[in-house]
Design a binder for this molecule. Structure first.
Ligand code: AHG
Ligand code: MN
Ligand code: MN
Length: 349
């Protein structure tokens, strides 16, 4: 007998974080159910294509980005003190009596919408630092360790919801017949040995040297230092990549690169990197910027970007080691502390 999300929450009575976020989590699940429907029926409802607007990072918004953002906001706003989204420049104050904050990417991988490839939603729930009174964007600037709950919904052949409150990761599949999310993937664990890597290799010439080294070694496979072959995947939906890694292992990288627009990477810290890092760590993997643990990064801005390396613990440790070696070599070469610091900041953070 599979448990529904409701039954699962009831069963996990000793998980205080889960109990604290339960009503909000159920509202998020409901909004994901509605977003799944909007994505599925978009071509029938004239909801495909560009909305004609752009978000704070200058990215063209798709109609479905806007629709998903509104669906998530409508379902959750009574249950949070404030919310923030990839698709809104500023935070939205909501219910002054709530002590929870919600930050989300309503539709991740939206470049895949036109071609009917999996997309998803990513969310992170935080506690309000202030007990009462006005709330500013600074309240959201908490490191990833402060998250009470994180998760994503995947709109693929099946709609799934994958959540963690920090100690384990559980996956629920939406059952069209009952209208419930059912626990189909309990206690997900990331395989220790990675066989697949995921990175957008069209950016290879811009990558920092340690990333080029790591990927070259994976590509060399059994004829190189790794002594075994790797497969490559790139869906261009982070949700789908992380889901694959949770189910069958591997590593995902979206590093910073030498271009001005990518000097801090592409993915956003608060509503992409942090929640995924929490999930990956809770499933026995690791998540890093190359220079530090992702969950330790102190956010400075709501929409800040960050380099992301996540997945099997050993692979992430290997890449971090390459980054550290490169930093150490730069110290030796320059023989000045200043240059080493500059390199650390520009190349690995
Ligand atoms: P979003 O659609 O929310 O802007 O995020 C897209 C992200 C992420 O899902 C994916 O890993 C990456 O962008 C894809 O980047 P490329 O276009 O470089 O493949
Ligand atoms: Mn995204
Ligand atoms: Mn998005």
């Amino acid at each position: 007998m599979k448990l529904s999300l409701n039954e699962f929450i009831w069963q996990q009575r000793s998980d205080e974080r889960l109990q604290r976020v339960a009503p909000l989590l159920l509202a998020i699940a409901q909004s994901c159910r509605l977003i799944a429907g909007a994505v599925r029926d978009a071509a029938l409802n004239n909801a495909m294509g560009a909305a004609g607007s752009s978000n704070i990072q200058g990215e063209a918004q798709q109609k479905l980005d806007v629709i998903s953002n509104e669906l998530m906001m409508a379902e959750t706003r009574d249950l949070v003190r404030a919310l923030a989204s990839e698709e809104m420049d500023e935070i939205v104050p909501c219910n002054p009596d709530s002590d929870l904050l919600l930050v989300y990417d309503p539709l991740d991988g939206s470049s895949n919408l036109d071609v009917n490839i999996s997309v998803g939603s990513i969310f992170s729930i935080l506690a309000t630092p202030e007990p009462a009174g006005d709330l500013a964007a600074e309240s959201f600037l908490q490191n990833g360790r402060s998250q009470l709950c994180a998760g994503y919904a995947l709109y693929g052949p099946a709609t799934m919801l994958v959540i963690t409150t920090g100690h384990e990761v559980n996956g629920f599949t939406f059952d069209e017949h009952s209208g419930l999310f059912m626990l189909t993937h309990p206690k997900l664990r990331i395989a220790e040995e990675a066989k697949e890597f995921a990175i957008n290799t069209s950016n290879a010439r811009h990558w920092p040297a340690p990333i080029q080294r790591y990927i070259a070694e994976c590509q060399a496979g059994s004829s190189g230092v790794r002594g075994r072959d790797f497969n490559m995947r790139w869906v261009a939906s982070m949700v789908a990549e992380v889901h694959r890694i949770l189910l069958r292992g591997g590593v995902f990288l979206y590093p910073q690169d030498s271009r001005e627009s990518s000097k801090n990477g592409k993915l956003r810290l608060l509503y992409e990197a942090s929640p995924m890092a929490m999930l990956v760590e809770a499933a026995g993997g690791a998540a890093s910027t190359g220079a530090e643990r992702l969950l330790d990064v102190q956010p400075e801005r709501l929409h800040q970007r960050v380099p992301v390396i996540l997945g099997a613990m050993n692979e992430v440790a290997l890449i971090e080691g390459y980054c550290r070696t490169a930093i150490a070599e730069s110290y030796l070469e320059s023989n000045t502390l200043h240059k080493g610091h500059a390199l650390l900041e520009t190349q690995f953070q």
